[in-house]
Design a protein around this ligand. Sequence first.
Ligand code: PHE
Ligand code: ZN
Length: 877
Amino acid sequence: MRDAEPHPVRLADYRPPAWLVDTVHLDISLHPTATRVISRLALRRNPKGDATAPVLLDGDGLTLVRLAVDGTPLAGGAYEASPQALILRHPPSDRFTLEVETLVDPTANTQLMGLYRSRDNYCTQCEPEGFRRITYFPDRSDVLAVYTVRVEASRAEAPVLLSNGNLERSGPIPDTDRHYAIWHDPWPKPSYLFALVGGNLSKVPDHFVTASGRPVDLGIYVEPGKEARATYAMDALKRSMRWDEKVFGREYDLDVFNIVAVSDFNMGAMENKGLNIFNDKYVLASPETATDTDYAGIESVIAHEYFHNWSGNRVTCRDWFQLCLKEGLTVFRDQEFSSDERSRPVKRISDVRTLKAAQFTEDAGPLSHPVRPESYHEINNFYTATVYEKGAEVVRMLKTLLGDEDFRAGMDLYYARHDGDAATIEDFLAAFAEASGRDLSQFALWYSQAGTPRVSAQGQFDPAARTYRLDIRQETPPTPAQPEKKPVVLPLAIGLIGPDGQDLPLTLDDGRNLPRHVIEVTQAEQSFVFTGIDARPVLSLNRGFSAPINLSTNLADADLVFLAAHDRDPFNRFDALQGLAFRILKAGAASGTLPDAAPLIEAARLLLADSTLDPAFKAQALAIPGENEIAREIGSNVDPDAVFTARRALKRQLATALGTELEEAYAALAAPPPYSPGAAAAGRRALRNLALDYLTSGGAPEAIARAKAQFMAADNMTDRFAALAVLVQHDTPERAEALDDFYRRFVTDPLVIDKWLSLQAQIPEAGTLERVKDLTLLPVFSMANPNRVRALIGAFATANPTQFHRPDGAGHDFLVDVVLGLDAKNPQVAARMLSAFKTFRQLEPLRRASAERALRRVAATPGLSADVTDIATRSLS
Ligand code: PHE
Ligand code: ZN
């Protein structure tokens, strides 16, 4: 474990590498506890670097065996070696070959960084700083080299041997029980994209021919017996490859593309060149074991990692401050892919929900940071919703501002100019500025300034002048280390809707035109006057959530009802309903009694009855905001119990008022078998299961019985899981029976057991903490597996606000105990769990004090990892 670094790494301190590596030859002999790594590096002094600097290679926990320079073994005094670094103060010349032999123990590697074992397979994870746990190397993303890798292992233990690039040779090693494979990757790459896999895996093969005719062998490697569960992932991969050719003009560039699914993985998946390694959660699916949400997740993660081949691999990041250069852009690309493959409005709504739930909350608390941070103590803590999701929003705004054509021209220029490079955000923006002829200097603030802008829009209709005047103010609240903020560029898509429900033509009084119906706000206060308006219009602003802001308007409830019924922008139809719900829920949580919900009920009834609407859209629009979303809207002095009570009361009111319509929807939407994961069928299931949830919310015995019947009869996981999720909300015998049945059916299927763990962790009842503690003792649970920890502990800490924030502090104490126990084994996952406290400052004083005590207990513990220290320190600051 590394100790917390006293000094942060700063963007301003960036220096080009003093030494470059042209080629890397690795010879890796796999062994469970003593894997031998021989690395031959062709080193060359960087003409653009410090001409006197020694050779400094990073290491992390390495055991050095042997060192040679240009073939001659080095004597002890000629170098300095520690587990953390290897230094040659007197290199023989400006160009030489260094051979380093090290030993690593993959079985002891519980951090899941570097070379480790998952089940009995060997695999690697090198982003961001894992390669240094395999061999000494200048482990930074601006050192690009061509890799040739020879890997050998026992044939029985690891019949499959994979690395990046194309397979050159393989075969048995005579007179031994071992065999080898040699892989060569012709594309220079940074060390974080290195990967190696060895194990007993089954290949699901397929084939793809690129637009220009290159044949590509595709393989998805899974545990033997799971082959059938990889077919959807393979289909998603081929669709992703075609889509990137069509939409971004990007073709695949090797003869082989492999994906390996592993059971122990810290994140979702990793884009290693030609050899993506995946958390098996994002590969394996069958109708009986995966929900519609799981299928959609697989599609988007498969696409995301594949798209990195260009946005991340061919053009990589100069340093880790530029992480959003690959992640924000690639999230944007995978969102666009899913929009094209499914429903664009529904995808946008669900992406914005994720953005608000994860990123807006992050930005409103002590862990707030810019899309491109300026310093860090532990880079692993910056794989955040801000870098990923807000990073994607910034790219989306660029597209909105520039229009489709200039955006594509900017992308093409960026790729043409930086192919094979390690680039920066400045490089990225320069390509768009040049392609469009626009000045993007103010726009660049989106990368450096943290916080969610608060925007208020006040509209005024003047019947005498026949004008509509829109006054806009923006202000970004202070965030850690950034007390003063500047106004940012806000592309706000706008419509003015006439009494007949149609959009009015938009003409500005000063002759400015409105390309694509978007107003561009650049100042703290700005007004727009629309002319030729004959009757009071209703404002529809920030359509499609064109800017990631907190918007408040002077729209009346009646206006929101009107928008919910008439806005031709589906996102704002959704948002109008949510806005009505938020108004009721906030008032209800504050006073203890719900105000009149009639306008919301009316709007919901109209929407439910509209047969022209996609069921998936209705399901999104009719879902009441979650407890965390409500807490975020309230913003301060939040009492989770009051939020829960208000939400449950509103749900029951809606269920009662719309009972007939919901019954009809439930009856009408039953899908005939067989199950298909496509968007249309999934949308019907989503709406039907939402109806089930409403109809069961009062806990009536017949309703419970129906949910139980759906649970038992379901022929697919979506319907079974939805019924179980409904049942666990009610303390009945049916709940216990269903949980038991589910466990017995799926006890041998860890990914499904995760669903079972997760649902129980979210029960909003006083007994849940004890239940969660008991569940940690079951053999199906393991603190060593990140998926299990996230499913149980993560769900409890992030998706059960009343129980995690119990007023007696027992929920907080439990999380701290887990984090402290986990830290020695897997600091990354421990730090992620601890970041559940990121919203603690919005709580009411009693719970806030309890959370603060819990964080102080962490901070006061000696010997913590850099990861956990960093989160605890920043959370308390
Ligand atoms: N780069 C991975 C992605 O596609 C995420 C990741 C980061 C995975 C660090 C593992 C470790 O988003
Ligand atoms: Zn990514």
